[in-house]
Structures are given as C-alpha cells and as structure tokens.
Write a protein that binds this ligand. Structure first.
Ligand code: ARG
Ligand code: ZN
Ligand code: CA
Length: 334
C-alpha cells in the first residue's frame, strides 16, 4: 500500500514535468533570457574555480605541483618506451654468469629461454595456465603487465663452483661480478651451485626494500636456470619466476609461518609450504577455518610443473612497486 502511494506521487511529478515540456516546445531557445551567442559557446568554470582555490590554498598548490611532476614522469616514461603502449613495464635484465665448468656456463639460447619463461609466466601466456582450477580462475592475475628484456650478459670464469647465500657472487672483490646499475636493471647471477647450512638452494632474491643497493637482484644455481639442460623437477624456468616474484614484492604464499600471512587477500591462508606435485583439492585448516589452498601458485615450493599462476592480489603488489612512485620505479629508467 505504501509502495503504491509512492508510485502515484512519483507519477504525478513526472506528469507535471512532461506537461511543462510540452507547453514549452514551441519556444525558440534564443528567445529566452540567454543570448544566442552565449549559448553557442559552452561555458565551463572549472579552471576559474580552480584558480580561485589555488590562490588561497598553499597545500592545494603543492598537491598540484606533485601531480604535474608525476604526470610528466609518466608521460616521459611512455615516450621513452619505459611504459609500453598497453601500460606494461618492460624490465631490463642483466645476466651475470659465474662458471667453473662448461655446463655452468649456460648458453645464450638458454638465457633467452629463461627470459621467455618469465615473459610467459608474468604475462599469463604460459601454456599450462588452463590448469588453474575453476575455483581460482576468478582470482587469477592473468597478465601482470610486467615484461622482461635481456640487455646484457656478463660472463666470468671462476675456480668456485659452490657459493653461499652471503652475496659473494655480487662482489668482484670476492670473486663475483658487481651488479650493473641495480636501481635500473634487474641483475640475475647464475652460479654453479648454492648451499645454505648444508642444504641445496635453488635461488634467492632481494625484496623491494633493497632496491638499488649493491646486492639487489636474484641469484640462481645453473641447474635450475632456463629449461634445456636444466635439472628435473626444476627445469621449466620457474625458479626465476619465483625469485623475480620476491624481487617484485611477493612473499611466500604461506607467509613463512604456520598459517602465516603473505599480505595478499585472495591467496587462501595455508598452513605451510607444499612440495612436489600435490593433488587438487588440498585442504588446510587455519584458525578453525578449512580452505582449499592455492598450492599451484608460483610463490609456493611445488615442482616447476605444478605451479602455473599468480593471483590478482599478487599482481597488485607487483604493480605497486613498479608504479612511478614505487620502490622499483628505477626499472623504468634505462
Ligand atoms: N627455494 C627457493 C626459494 O624460495 C626457490 C623455490 C622455487 N620453486 C620451484 N619450483 N622452482 O627462494
Ligand atoms: Zn622463495
Ligand atoms: Ca593470503
């Protein structure tokens, strides 16, 4: 009854408006109080109102200055090809190869293969993307809009095959290779093998708070770099995908603690790391809540063949550090 009453009132308003329009339809607009020349030129007061506000507000003037600086930076980045027309950022990559044996001196072809894997995995064009369970398809990152381009390969023979995770490979003074302009290039070091406390390490990375420091970048042991000739089950180039994920602001999906937090809301909380090739669905219970976990995420520890997605929330974290005011915005400048 109330609804009906409202409808009747609303209808009577519309009717009133219509009848008004009808009664006015013969009037020439030029005959009203506005002159015809004023009407032909549209008026917009935005800039005038803006100027008035700016004149009386120093904080607003500062905000405008910052905004114009950022706009100009983005425009220059776009012009210089540092932001591609589709909005993607292309990260320039320097590969530093430290080899004792010829097998450790990974070929240019294998380096190119690894760059292709990074482009596929970050671009969402990896051939196994169709394996994402339907449950997680809605939160798949798809294209993270990050691309990679090899700009240089530096090779150095060394008597050392086994390296620690103490950054020696990044220091010429310790037999390594100094980083090339680490604020502006993703440096990747390839070494024969790496161990930490007697355990084999596939790779390790610095996080964005290290942007531009001498040790900034990713280290990977040769058997887990690229595909051809790499060591199964880590022979699909995904150690680099995982490590570059860290470099671009991503944490392990289990948050490095029991039921930890990776600061990404669309990756279900999981108890711990997964290994091998888990079968889907895999359920974990954290704080009494049972969830199907996203073990096929690149930031878990499963085999290369078992990982094939980033999430949308992870994409946001990656993009935040590559934004023009982000910790890794220097990668736009090359
Ligand atoms: N354990 C290494 C790290 O956390 C890399 C793990 C990569 N996993 C893989 N399937 N390639 O830094
Ligand atoms: Zn990791
Ligand atoms: Ca999460």
């Amino acid at each position: 009854m109330k609804k009906l009453l409202f409808g009747v009132i609303a209808l009577s308003f519309i009717t009133a408006c219509n009848s008004d329009n009808i009664s006015n339809q013969n009037e020439n607009p030029a005959n009203d109080n506005t002159s015809s020349s004023d009407l032909a030129k549209r008026g917009c007061a935005s800039e005038e109102v803006r100027q008035e506000a700016l004149n009386s507000n120093a904080e607003l003037r500062q905000r405008l200055a910052t905004l114009e600086t950022n706009t100009e930076k983005f425009t220059n980045d776009l012009k210089a090809g540092k932001v591609l027309p589709d909005g993607s950022i292309e990260i320039p990559v320097v590969v530093n190869v430290l080899y004792k044996t010829t097998a450790e001196n990974v070929s240019d072809a294998r380096i190119a293969e690894q760059i292709s894997v990074l482009n596929a995995d970050f671009g969402g064009t990896n051939t196994d993307i169709n394996k994402i369970p339907s449950e997680f398809q809605a939160v798949s990152a798809g294209n993270t809009q990050v691309k990679f381009r090899l700009v240089n390969t530096i090779r150095k023979a060394t008597s050392k095959s086994s390296w620690a995770t103490n950054d020696d490979m990044k220091k010429a003074s310790k037999g390594g290779i100094d980083a090339t302009s680490p604020a502006n290039y993703l440096n990747i070091w390839i070494v024969g093998k790496m161990t930490s406390q007697g355990k084999t390490i596939l790779g390790y990375a610095t996080f964005p708070e290290s942007a531009g420091l001498w040790n900034d970048g990713v280290a990977i042991a040769a058997p887990y770099f690229g595909k051809t000739g790499a060591s199964s089950p880590f022979n699909l180039g995904r150690t680099a995908t995982h490590e570059v994920g860290h470099y671009l602001n991503l944490r392990h999906i289990w948050g490095d603690a029991n039921c930890g937090n990776d600061q990404v809301s669309d990756t279900p909380t999981q108890t711990t790391a997964n290994y091998g090739k888990p079968s889907y669905p895999l359920y974990n219970t954290c704080s009494g809540v049972q969830r199907s976990v996203m073990f096929m995420n690149y930031m878990d520890y499963v085999d290369d063949a078992a990982m094939f997605m980033f999430s949308a929330g992870q994409k946001t974290r990656v993009q935040s550090v590559l934004a023009s005011n982000g910790a890794r915005s220097g990668l736009r400048l090359y």
